[in-house]
Design a protein. Structure first.
Lengths: 294, 242
């Protein structure tokens, strides 16, 4: 990175570290932080969407929808995350490739399962094997987002389902008395009011989601935990210009600080959001705000 | 008109075939096992297997790309088609050969060795660290010593340094640089144990054609001595050669 980095053995401590911390591998480490943040930024709204649809289905008046919603919630919440992450991603990837295989290579005469091998035609590969590495990584990332969204969507669905039931029933009856249709009652009365009941549960989920990002490593994505382990490991002078002992403790300490700072900032933001949502609501929090203002 | 459409279709088809022909071979490796494979300062896969793999691809006229994968899931991801080969210091064993195929070995059967933090450790009854799903872990499990397994090679050595295990059992070539640079903290104990059928390239069982291609160029490199030069470069002058 810097011009004086050509011969690190001769450098003083400060310059040595300024070279060490700007090597190509360290850049990958820093990029991994953005990967984690990007994953959270995409997964959180998608999971909330899954949750909302799941909760709507679970309280639907149409029985099959209700069964579907409840099964989704019960099934995903009951399966251990790690089992889900290990099994589901490979299954999802193979399902995509299987469908593409059926559509793109109708003339293929060999079986897809050959012993333990999963063989589809070259054109059905996802991404194509000729695609550059970043496309493979983006695809893996996309699978990760879907998996995270399905898992956390189930929890969010349960929270939102509870939030919807917590809205005072008298409100809904009043809406009906005013002649609102079922749909109008749902969107105009129920949904705006349920957030205040759902938020404590949702903020919990957000915290858990932040802490679950190291599971990315299980999905083959080189996240911050992977790089911390790789970079912190003992390096001998034969294979690097920057030999050092086992520094994993320092790297993991840095991750600890990162996660703590991140969750703290989230807490502050969520607290403000809660104040905002409570405003004018028929809850004890809303009542307290009204009295304080008066 | 009809012939025009047919002609266009035939053209599109042959173009499709031409694309299918020039396929990129994705080479899976662990990237945590120097000198076989590791991540260099620039963040790229480097090591003996990188240099060898690139040369093999050049001779076989294939386009290759390196992919990193965790050791634990390196075989499942090969059979499910996420990459096409494994070059990760993987010894050829009968158990693995049931699930995947191997080329002939490109590294002769290796010695595995014990390293401990103190002299006089009795390796037949000590607590010994080894990496999960390796031939070394299998050997320790049957040797009567207590086996503790770790996911990465790094952790097995760390376990000896912090006293969790009495000794670590791994490929000798992996341990040599670590012992040399430990300022006497680590030392070889016990006798080296020859294990496995050498290191080979792993491929899917259904990929016979690709296997034959790589097999042929490995023979090539053994015959003209370039493989021996490479072995000496990465493993030292005293290493076993072909």
């Amino acid at each position: 990175m810097f011009s004086f980095c050509t011969d690190p053995d001769t450098l003083g401590t400060f310059r040595w570290f300024s070279c060490y911390l700007t090597t190509g591998v360290h850049m990958s480490f820093y990029i991994a932080f953005f990967k984690v943040l990007l994953l959270l930024a995409i997964t959180a709204p998608v999971a909330l969407g899954f949750g909302f649809v799941g909760a709507m289905a679970a309280r639907s008046r149409v029985a099959p929808f209700r069964w579907l919603g409840k099964t989704y919630i019960a099934l995903v919440r009951g399966v251990p995350d790690i089992a889900f992450f290990l099994f589901f991603v490979i299954a999802l990837d193979q399902a995509f490739e299987y469908l593409r295989h059926k559509a793109l290579c109708p003339d293929w005469d060999q079986p897809i399962r050959q012993g333990s091998d999963f063989v589809v035609c070259t054109a059905a590969k996802l991404p194509l094997s000729t695609a550059p590495q970043w496309m493979h990584e983006t695809y893996g990332f996309f699978l990760a987002v879907i998996t995270f969204a399905i898992v956390f969507g189930a929890f969010a669905a349960n929270v939102l389902f509870g939030g919807m039931r917590a809205v005072p029933h008298a409100q809904l009856e009043t809406a009906e008395a005013y002649g609102m249709s079922h749909r109008q009652t749902f969107w105009r009365i129920l949904v705006p009011q349920m957030w205040v009941y759902a938020l404590p549960g949702l903020s919990n989920l957000w915290m858990v989601l932040i802490k679950a990002t190291p599971l990315l490593f299980l999905l083959g994505i080189e996240d911050i935990v992977y790089w911390a382990r790789e970079l912190g490991g003992t390096k001998t002078s034969r294979f690097t210009d920057y030999p050092h002992g086992d520094w994993r403790m320092w790297y993991f300490l840095f991750l600890l600080v990162f996660y703590l700072a991140f969750t703290r900032v989230s807490e502050i933001v969520l607290e403000r959001l809660m104040l905002r949502l409570t405003l004018g609501q028929a809850t004890s929090g809303g009542e307290a705000q009204r009295k304080a203002a008066a | 008109m009809k012939t025009l459409i047919l002609g266009a279709a035939a053209l599109a088809l042959s173009a499709g075939l031409a694309i299918a022909q020039d396929k990129t071979i994705r080479m899976g490796t662990e990237g945590a096992y120097p000198p076989y494979n590791f991540i260099n300062d620039a963040g790229e896969v480097d090591g003996f297997e990188r240099e060898l793999g690139d040369e093999l691809c050049k001779r076989a006229e294939l386009t290759c790309e390196w992919v990193k994968n965790d050791w634990d899931s390196i075989i499942p991801n090969l059979v499910s088609g996420n990459y096409d080969t494994i070059m990760a210091g993987m010894s050829i064993t009968a158990e693995r050969d049931e699930v995947i195929d191997f080329t002939q070995n490109y590294y002769p059967p290796t010695d595995s060795a014990y390293v401990a933090a103190a002299d006089g450790v009795d390796v037949s009854s000590a607590i010994v660290a080894a990496q999960t799903a390796t031939i070394q872990a299998g050997y320790i499990a049957e040797s009567g010593a207590t086996l503790v397994e770790f996911a990465t090679p790094e952790e097995t050595v760390a376990a000896v340094r912090n006293g969790e295990a009495d000794a670590v059992f791994a490929d000798r070539d992996y341990l040599v640089p670590l012992v040399e640079e430990s300022n006497g903290e680590l030392m070889f104990v016990g006798d080296p144990v020859p294990l496995g059928g050498g290191v080979g390239m792993g491929l899917r069982e259904s990929d016979g054609e690709l296997r034959d291609k790589f097999d042929a160029v490995i023979s090539d490199m053994k015959a003209d001595g370039t493989l021996n030069t490479m072995l000496k470069k990465w493993f030292g002058e005293d290493t076993t050669t072909y």
